[in-house]
Design a protein. Sequence first.
Length: 63
Amino acid sequence: MDIAAMSVVMNQAKVKQQASLSVMKSAMSTAESNGAALIEMLNSSSVSQAPHPSLGGQIDVKG
């Protein structure tokens, strides 16, 4: 393989690696923002009483 062909192959590999890294950074950024939004949503939710506290406390198993 001559030097010119080897240079082209090496540059193509470098571009492929850079594109892969760019996609990975984008995916990590998206995952990080989704995680932060999920944590914020969980922290903002409050455990409240049931809408009607006397309903749902007992189950009638006699048909």
